[in-house]
Design a binder for this molecule. Structure first.
Ligand code: CTP
Length: 401
């Protein structure tokens, strides 16, 4: 998912200094901030302060030094939200009445994204029928008003009109973005990593899976608002998103037990783990000593977790598998898709450079149960995770239509 882009409009008010704190909080929340200041705002706080904090050029007028202009239409269209904080009585009056005599008001007028306005002014200015009329007009136009708070004002008066606290302003924006997230309310179980099948207390049979792909999926799904349960095989990697719940498992049997438990309550199951197909018939309780003769380990089959989930799949559940192949890739993947009763399968071929175990990149083809194939370019595992989740979101949307 792309980072959110917010236009922070700063108008002339003594509380303009708080726009520095707002900028810092937005940046801390991984939001790209484009500050637009009115001429009067620049008298209260310098563009240099806000450009340093936002790590972005601050725009103050339509024209640029090199004869170009700041395209207000593009600025408005590309933003996910506009936040005007502080919004002076004058700026509120202008935008409520469609005036656009500066860059900020012109961007407001050409924007399609949600707009948040945090007024700041003297108590009597705030209560004036003209301001209240303008606020009502803005609300009718769909603008989210972040009401001013009560307290001591710059005029020395005490009353309502003080800019809401920066934390509250940014919080309202975050709640809004949170509610907008496409996977909000969705429970997703993801398996990731290798499995280790023990031979004795010190040895195991494992594979080269790092768990990177499954962990990227878990982090990405959480970022899109999902309630994620990760069933993670033995790897030193961990998800970055703190909301991802992790159950660590070691063996295929451990992964089976955890997966069956969580799958029951999950809307989607994404099985990205490289599960061992075989496990030693017997596990020695003590370390096996070296002998002169050859050493053979008898192996028995493990349960195919994904196939097991395919048998008990509920009507609204989406089941997504992976196939890592070296030859006859599409044919093998299609067979797995049918055999395991999947909605779609993510195929990666070891023939593709940069795909598969250990790499930070992957190159996938998605095949759905209707037989349609969608190949993707080589991308970072993070971007691949985004593609897979986007594919699932769109599939579910078209199926519900
Ligand atoms: N899988 C699983 N449990 C297993 C084996 C595989 O859940 N015991 C899942 C994997 O997580 C993956 C898919 O099944 O999503 C395909 O795994 P893969 O190892 O490619 O296929 P297998 O069915 O094991 O077939 P083969 O090893 O012969 O290619």
């Amino acid at each position: 998912m792309e980072r959110k882009k917010v236009i922070l409009g700063v108008s002339g008010s003594i509380s303009a200094y708080k726009s520095a704190l707002i900028t810092r909080l937005l940046v801390k929340n991984e939001i790209d901030v484009q500050v637009i200041m009115t001429e009067d705002a620049c008298k209260f706080i310098t563009p240099l302060t806000l450009s340093t904090l936002s790590k972005n050029e601050v725009l103050t007028s339509f024209d640029r030094e090199n004869g170009l202009w700041n395209n207000h239409v593009h600025l408005g269209i590309n933003a996910n939200a506009i936040l005007i904080a502080p919004a002076s009585a004058n700026t509120i009056a202008k935008i409520a009445n469609g005036l656009c005599d500066n860059l900020l008001t012109a961007v407001y007028l050409s924007a399609r994204c949600p707009v948040f306005v945090a007024p700041a002014m003297d108590h009597d200015m705030w209560l004036h029928p003209a301001t209240q009329r303008n606020i009502k007009t803005l609300e009718k136009d769909g603008v989210h008003i972040i009401p001013p708070e009560s307290g001591e004002l710059a005029s020395g008066l005490i009353g309502e009109g003080r800019l809401a606290e920066p934390e509250n302003i940014v919080n309202q924006l975050n709640v809004f973005f949170e509610n907008e997230k496409p996977l909000r309310g969705k429970k997703i179980m993801i398996t990731a990593g290798p499995t280790y099948e023990p031979i004795d207390p010190v040895r195991f049979i494992g594979n080269h899976s790092s768990g990177k792909m499954g962990i990227a999926l878990a982090d990405y799904a959480a970022k899109l608002g999902a309630d994620v349960q990760l069933v993670l095989g033995p790897t030193h990697l961990r998800p970055k998103n703190e909301s991802v719940k992790v159950e660590n498992v070691q063996s295929a049997h451990g992964m089976l037990r955890a997966s069956l438990h969580y799958a029951e309550k999950s809307d989607w199951c994404i099985m990205a783990a490289a599960v061992s197909d075989y496990t030693p018939q017997e596990v020695s309780k003590i370390k096996i000593k070296k002998k002169e003769s050859e050493f053979t380990v008898d192996m028995k089959k493990t349960t195919d977790i994904l196939a097991e989930l395919g048998k008990t799949k509920k009507a609204n559940q989406m089941l997504i598998g992976f196939a890592l192949e070296t030859n006859d890739e599409v044919e093998h993947a299609k067979k797995k898709l049918v055999k395991k009763n999947l909605d779609f399968i993510v195929l990666n071929s070891l023939k593709d450079k940069g795909a598969g175990f250990g790499h930070d990149t992957n190159k996938i083809t998605i095949i759905n149960k209707e037989g349609n194939k969608k190949p993707y370019e080589l991308k970072s595992k993070w971007d691949v995770a985004g593609d897979i989740l986007q594919y699932a979101i769109e599939r579910e949307k078209t199926q519900n239509e």
